[in-house]
Design a protein around this ligand. Structure first.
Ligand SMILES: [Zn+2]
Length: 480
């Protein structure tokens, strides 16, 4: 029942170290800092490291977004050959390395390269690396080729609909930065994009068969611009993707003012994405969330603290616990907090059949409707674990999938001081903080203590506490 069972602290450090070493080795080899062009990678020069197989499946986020950068082609597969005779595989590796280096410096992100040297990797394996690592986004880097040397420009490809916002954001930033012809965002039945369970796109940065495109793409300056643009695009996507989707909607419908798409029968903003945070553009807002309750001991104490500080939070409730503690569920609703569905009995949704998953959710919706008179519009998967097929099905049930951006690890018994430090380092405006109301060590005394400390602290920093529906501009309940 406890969230994040699979997490093990020491192995993670080892993996991080391994990735860092692998990255430094790989990156040094590809980048030529002296000249203005990028050197090809000698096939035999890079040490063969295979870190991917050792990465554990971790269905959680530690407040950072995990980005898999996939340099296309490699080894026996050179990809396109440019006007100058340069191979696409080397360009891909070099640009990917620069993107990863920039992401590495940003506390918001954690990058992983599918290859750091000149080797061949199957397309399925590239996707599997991203899936196994539970990445938040996957970006495959390519250079384009065509028989007509006049053909030029940048395009971003996607395969699944839920990748469109990411594709649009990256394309927009990239075209603005490197200023090649905007060929737009296109759907393409690409193998490498077919199995990732997170938003995944393939960037064709430009045409290596076009002399002008190639000159820019092989220059250090061009690659730095492109890498910065992609990182900026990712930041925009993960902090302001909601805003962008409104803008795109507004572009498509000139009569409609831009704003949260709440009108109409469906919830257009719910259908395309999994939420990890709100938009920083809405100011210094934060949403506290409490999972796995209710119970008769901890939840009432949390409600007392929230009342004392006059703040509203969001409770992701288990159906079987709601059935046992209906009075606590009623109190949560009566005191103005938002309620979300956290499944009936806290299973790992990746291991359920579609039928079992649906039943977990609908049973809880009905139980909550019986107690509070409405069905919540929010669903949070236990452990944050989800696959693409179920994700789509749940979104089609008019439920918004909401995870978190700050994981306090409170269930594990970390001290209140440690919780404070985690919040201090990971919280950004629009953040969603994960805590628990049950299933923790020592009756979650650390959670209670931390709340008393960080609520006034965040207030002092100018944060306002909002519910998840308010933060994400979502309705609190489903339509009747
Ligand atoms: Zn949980």
């Amino acid at each position: 029942m406890i969230d994040y069972k699979k997490r093990k602290k020491i192995p993670i450090l080892l993996y991080v170290l391994l990735i860092a070493i692998m990255f430094i080795v790989g990156f040094r080899l590809v980048v030529n800092t002296g000249a203005s062009t990028v050197e090809m990678v000698p096939a035999s020069s890079a040490k063969r490291t295979e870190p991917y197989q050792t990465l554990p499946a971790m269905p959680n986020h530690q407040g950072t977004f995990r980005i898999v950068i996939d340099p296309g082609h490699g080894g026996k597969d050179p990809g396109a050959t440019g006007v100058s005779g340069a191979y696409e595989k080397a360009f891909n590796l070099s640009l990917a390395g620069r993107i990863a280096a920039l992401l590495e410096e940003d506390p918001m992100f954690e990058p992983l390269l599918t290859r750091t040297d000149d080797r061949f990797i199957e397309l399925e394996e590239r996707a599997a690396i991203a899936n196994d690592w539970n990445a938040d986004a996957m970006i495959s880097i390519h250079g384009n080729t065509y028989t007509d040397p006049m053909t030029s420009g940048t395009e971003t490809l996607y395969r699944h609909e839920d990748s469109i916002p990411l594709a649009q954001t990256l394309q927009e930033h990239l075209v603005k930065a490197i200023d090649l012809r905007d060929r737009g965002v296109k759907e393409e039945q690409l193998k490498v994009l077919s199995t990732p369970t997170m938003p995944a796109v393939l960037i064709e940065a430009g045409y290596l068969t076009n002399a002008e495109d190639e000159r820019l793409l092989l220059s250090v300056e061009g690659q730095e611009l492109a890498a910065q643009a992609i990182v900026e695009g990712l930041k925009d996507y993960f902090t302001g993707s909601e805003r962008l989707s409104y803008e795109l909607q507004a572009k498509g419908d000139a009569d409609k003012p831009p704003g949260p798409p709440r009108s109409g029968t469906g919830y257009p903003s719910m259908e395309k994405k999994v939420y990890f945070n709100g938009s920083a553009k809405d100011g210094k807002q934060v949403a506290l969330t409490f999972d796995d309750g209710p119970d008769a001991v901890v939840t009432p104490q949390i409600l007392d603290i929230l009342k004392e500080h006059h703040i509203k939070a969001t409770f992701f409730i288990l159906g079987d616990r709601a059935e046992r503690h209906p009075e606590t569920v009623r109190r949560i609703a009566e005191e103005g907090h938002a309620i979300g569905n956290h499944s009936w009995s806290h299973p790992n949704f990746k291991e359920l059949t579609m039928e079992e998953a649906t039943k977990q959710i609908t049973d809880t919706q009905e139980e909550l409707n019986d107690i509070i008179g409405y069905r919540p519009s929010l669903f949070r998967p236990p452990y944050g674990a989800m696959d693409a097929e179920k994700e789509k099905a749940i979104q089609n049930m008019d439920l918004a999938i909401v995870n978190w951006s700050v994981d306090t690890m409170d269930w594990s018994g970390v001290s209140a001081q440690e919780i404070m430090t985690i919040i201090d380092t990971q919280l950004k405006p629009g953040g969603i903080i994960l805590q628990h109301t049950a299933n923790g060590k020592n009756q979650l005394a650390n959670t209670l203590e931390a709340l008393e400390l960080f609520i006034p602290d965040l207030k002092d920093q100018g944060y306002s506490f909002v519910t998840v529906p308010d933060l994400l501009h979502l309705p609190e309940s489903q339509p009747e």
